[in-house]
Design a protein around this ligand. Structure first.
Ligand SMILES: Cc1ncc(COP(=O)(O)O)c(C=O)c1O
Length: 459
């Protein structure tokens, strides 16, 4: 059977990628728009198969790289992202057999980072700004480029400079809008991130009708709206071509989140924060005149932003456990511990298994402390590692080095519980402890050797 958009019957998820014949919906806004004449339509981009506008870009970046012959079987992808491009690349990569590594900012909502890991992506968390900072030498973009330059198996598609990013919109979003409005669109509005959306759509729509106004919306400096860039960051954004846009405006976090709430409650549209921002910008720039038909891009839905939303609407946070003092103090304790553990994901308190492997031959080599239960340790472990199960760490403290500066690396299966052990050791005064990122699973995935069997008890 072949793909059928009318019946919505598909051979595989890739058949759902959007195009003129299979557009994302545009929906008229009725309540939050103060106009009498101007009609405003939201283009709901979470109807792309993997949940955001960036699926179009991911698909086109991959298609283009395959056509140029730089991406083929056996290759891996490495790409910096503010989350959504990563999600699209991860899933198309899963379909086509290209594993993805993504260096990204630890400020990106936990929901996106977790989902990427769930999809099988190798997520490398860095101390970068929300939308990866262009030009930052320590940032995610530089890290992705370095990885591709150093390790031949990796290909970086570089959405920040690649013309296939606006190209994805030129080929799909633009033609969809033109067809859906029967060529009557007068204003196109998009939030500004990599600027692929505004540049690609702007070019296509102006080619159809040069009077279509192309309008860009940016957040304020220091904003908290994932996926978009402040005016300062835009100055270093290669696909930002202000001479191709008719007007730009800036929107505050408060206005963007307030509109996001209204869209959900009054228009029953599950829009995310950058959709709210784009709409506020549209309402500032477009006049109320007969014949005006505005299309605003709504990049993704609210479900990935629970942790952002509670920062702006603290009343929406789950109520602290009601009841006696004991349970209230337990929940604040839990939050405190969770924060400490989350904070340990930084590059100083973790070590990549590749670097750990390199360090095994250095002098002094770190003590590799495997904190899994003894049976798992006997089954498979990093050669030379020592086993003290996490529950025994306090009782068996005497087996730990006397020197509080001794290098120690904690290991578990996936790099989760080893963080708890790292915290315990730090609380015992060890200053040079890190946990192995991805744990033994990552070690094995990288193809490094393991050993097994019982370790003879010391006499
Ligand atoms: C949620 C969200 N909104 C807006 C944008 C901006 O789109 P563009 O990068 O095409 O400028 C992005 C891009 O990542 C995004 O993820």
């Amino acid at each position: 059977m072949s793909d059928n958009h009318l019946l919505r019957v598909y051979d595989s998820m890739l058949g759902l990628l959007c195009s003129e014949d299979n557009p994302t919906p545009i929906v008229r806004l009725n309540k939050v728009v103060p106009f009498q004449h101007t009609q405003v339509f939201a283009k709901l981009e979470w109807y792309n198969p993997f949940g955001s506008v960036k699926d179009r870009v991911a698909a086109n970046l991959i298609r283009d790289a395959e056509e140029r012959g730089v991406l083929n079987a056996g290759k891996k992808l490495v790409e910096a992202t503010s989350g959504n491009t990563g999600i699209g690349l991860a899933m198309i990569g899963n379909a086509k057999g290209y594993p993805l590594r993504t260096p990204l900012s630890d400020q990106i909502p936990l929901e996106k980072r977790t989902v990427l890991r769930f999809f099988g992506t190798d997520v490398v968390e860095l101390n970068d700004s929300l939308c990866p900072m262009p030009g930052a030498p320590e940032g995610a973009i530089a890290r992705a480029r370095e990885t591709a330059a150093r390790e031949e198996e990796f290909e970086v598609l570089d959405q920040y400079v690649n013309e296939a990013n606006p190209g994805g919109h030129y080929r799909t979003t633009g033609p969809e809008i033109w067809k859906q409005t029967a060529g009557k669109v007068t204003h196109f509005v998009a939030g500004l991130g990599t600027c692929g959306t505004i540049t690609g759509n702007g070019r296509y729509l102006k080619e159809q009708n040069s009077t279509v106004e192309v309008l860009g919306v940016a957040p304020e400096e220091g904003h908290d709206i994932p996926g978009v860039r402040s005016q300062r960051q835009l100055q270093q954004t290669e696909l930002y071509h202000p001479d191709e846009y008719d007007q730009e405006t800036e929107v505050s976090d408060d206005d963007a989140y307030e509109m996001c709430l209204r869209l959900n409650r009054e228009e029953y549209i599950i829009a995310g924060p950058s959709s709210g921002m784009a709409l506020v910008g549209a309402l500032k720039m477009v006049p109320d005149e007969p014949g005006n038909i505005v299309v605003v891009i709504f990049p993704d839905n609210i479900f990935k932003y629970a942790s952002s939303v509670v920062r702006h609407f603290p009343d929406l946070a789950p109520p602290a456990e009601a009841g006696d003092e004991q349970s209230a103090s337990t929940s604040s304790n839990d939050r405190f511990l969770a924060e400490l553990i989350e904070n340990l994901k930084n590059p100083h308190d973790t070590i990549r298994v590749k670097d750990l492997n390199d360090q095994l031959t250095t002098d002094p080599a770190p003590l590799i402390l495997d904190i899994r239960v003894a049976e798992h340790f006997a089954e498979s472990r990093i050669p030379g590692s020592v086993n003290i199960p996490q529950d025994d760490l306090s009782a068996r403290g005497g087996e730990l080095p006397v020197d509080r500066d001794a290098p120690i690396v904690t290991v578990c299966n996936i790099g989760k519980f080893s963080k708890h052990a790292t915290l315990i050791l730090k609380s015992k005064g060890y200053r040079n402890v890190r946990s192995a990122k991805g744990g033994l699973n990552e070690w094995v995935r990288k193809g490094y050797s393991t050993e097994s069997g019982l370790v003879a008890a010391e006499t």
